[in-house]
Design a protein around this ligand. Structure first.
Ligand SMILES: Cc1ncc(COP(=O)(O)O)c(C=O)c1O
Length: 375
């Protein structure tokens, strides 16, 4: 039934996304990792080519590289932007480096102008990862292409979908060929995604049983947690790669219409945290989550306990530094010790919520609770 519904959602969504990013060509997928996969595949790179990416990321960024038998090369990060460090990039680049994935972590500008200039001078393609920055048209327009996500725990609460925005027209013909080969998501997974928001709302009422019940439902395919188990080991699930179902395009459109308000709200809440917790350089960011590094692990654990007892849903992107927990770091090809700053930040990170569920009063309460632990 869902496979037969077409409507005009697909065209509308592509055009809405395109208008946010300088009217460039947009391709829609079931998630951002598929957008990255198709981008890389369309380049026809030799097996074993090096793909430069930062540590302190998600396995969804590394996996498309592994699925194509390419080689992830991890670059260290700058603590200020949580993005790629130019110096570390220069040290790790070599003749086999073909693509760099520049991640705007948490929606913070990675300040990549110099990186991009350098990479272009070496003939290396640039994919900007704007999975956390959907709707911020200042990010994602300098590289050859960019990915955005409509998926779980990102800017929108649609939970599913992603897009590839192509800035370099020379790359379009090969991407079009790959895109034409794809099927839409199947009706069962489309249906599962449609009912997921309702299921999650019910699951939240289960309190401490939520985790066990959601894992069980995930096993039988009724609840989608954003990852298949095989992805933890770097394997490609048979459900990828797919185009986003037209009916789900309609769902994304409903939320994307309010993306400006969404980003304004996030910026407002972000600024409350930045002032209260004394992180002035993060002011003015529409962060998908507000990152806080707490040096003392005892204090970090205490902060988590206090937030738990106040019913605050906080996050731990990215701990471990290839997220989520139980991702096989070996399968991801990361060598411990190779990116010391990313490892250190990963151990000490705490993310505070910035979405519509957090009001000004709540953000002030959360700041007060965290400040109380920090002093
Ligand atoms: C930095 C980053 N890029 C890309 C992705 C992939 O997004 P999606 O879940 O839409 O595949 C994620 C996923 O969590 C992410 O954190």
């Amino acid at each position: 039934m869902f496979s037969y519904y077409r409507g005009d959602g697909e065209e509308k969504l592509a055009s809405m996304v395109s208008s946010l990013y300088g009217d460039q060509r947009v391709f829609l997928f079931s998630n951002a990792r598929t957008a990255e996969y198709i981008f890389l595949k369309s380049l026809g790179l030799p097996v074993g080519s090096n793909i430069l990416m930062q540590a302190f990321t998600c396995n969804a960024v590394v996996n498309p590289v592994l699925w194509l038998k390419l080689n992830p090369v991890y670059i260290d990060i700058l603590p200020k932007t949580y993005g790629m460090d130019l110096q570390s990039l220069k040290e790790r680049i070599d003749g086999e480096s073909k693509v760099a994935i520049l991640q705007h972590t948490f929606g913070i500008d990675g300040e990549y102008s110099e990186h991009i200039e350098f990479l272009k001078s070496k003939g290396i393609y640039v994919l900007e990862d704007c999975a956390h920055a959907l709707g911020n048209g200042e990010l994602g327009v300098k590289g050859d292409a960019a990915i955005v996500s409509f998926g779980i725990e990102k800017i929108l609460s649609t939970r599913v979908g992603g897009a590839l925005i192509v800035n370099n027209p020379e790359l379009l013909p090969a991407i079009e060929i790959e895109y034409r080969k794809l099927k839409y998501m199947g009706w069962l997974s489309t249906f599962t995604w449609l009912i997921n928001p309702v299921i999650w709302r019910l699951l939240r009422k289960l309190g401490s049983l939520q985790r066990v019940v959601s894992l069980l439902l995930n096993r039988i395919g009724v609840v989608n947690m954003g990852f298949y188990r095989s992805e933890l080991k770097g394997l490609r699930p048979s459900a990828y790669p797919r185009k986003l179902s037209p009916v789900l395009c309609d769902v994304v459109i409903d939320q994307l219409r309010f993306v400006d308000d969404n980003l304004k709200h996030r910026c407002y809440i972000n600024d409350i945290y930045a002032s209260a917790l004394d992180v002035p350089h993060l002011r003015g960011v529409s962060s998908v989550r507000f990152p806080l590094v707490i040096k003392d692990l005892g204090v970090l654990n205490m902060a988590k306990k206090v937030l738990d007892s106040n019913g605050v849903y906080y996050g731990d992107w990215y701990n471990p530094l290839v997220y989520p927990a139980s991702t096989s770091i070996e399968a991801m090809g990361y060598k411990w010790g190779s990116c010391p700053v990313a490892e250190e930040v990963s151990r000490h990170i705490l993310n505070l919520p910035t979405g519509f569920s957090v009001s000004k009063t709540r953000a002030l309460e959360i700041s007060k609770v965290v400040r109380g632990v920090l002093v």
